[in-house]
Design a protein around this ligand. Structure first.
Ligand SMILES: [Zn+2]
Length: 78
């Protein structure tokens, strides 16, 4: 009996993980074509990174961009 409950819990957890992943994918740019060069610095974007889909910046510029976005959001709140 206890084993059944554990199995069900594990199954449920898997389902929730899949749903969370699907939500993330739906809200992201994945699936869209990537750029071959960074939109900001025009450096070549590594092929492996391009394969993520929807990539428009190199890792460095993406980091910088995300950081800037966070600051803009924080400023907007305060
Ligand atoms: Zn760049």
């Amino acid at each position: 009996m206890a084993r059944d409950i554990l199995d069900q819990a594990a199954e449920l957890q898997e389902k929730l993980n899949a749903q969370a992943l699907a939500r993330q994918l739906a809200g992201s740019t994945l699936g869209q074509p990537s750029r071959a060069v960074c939109i900001d610095c025009e450096d070549a974007i590594p092929l492996l990174r391009q394969q993520l889909g929807g990539v428009s910046r190199c890792v460095e510029c993406e980091d910088y961009y995300q950081h800037a976005q966070r600051q803009i959001r924080q400023r907007g709140r305060g």
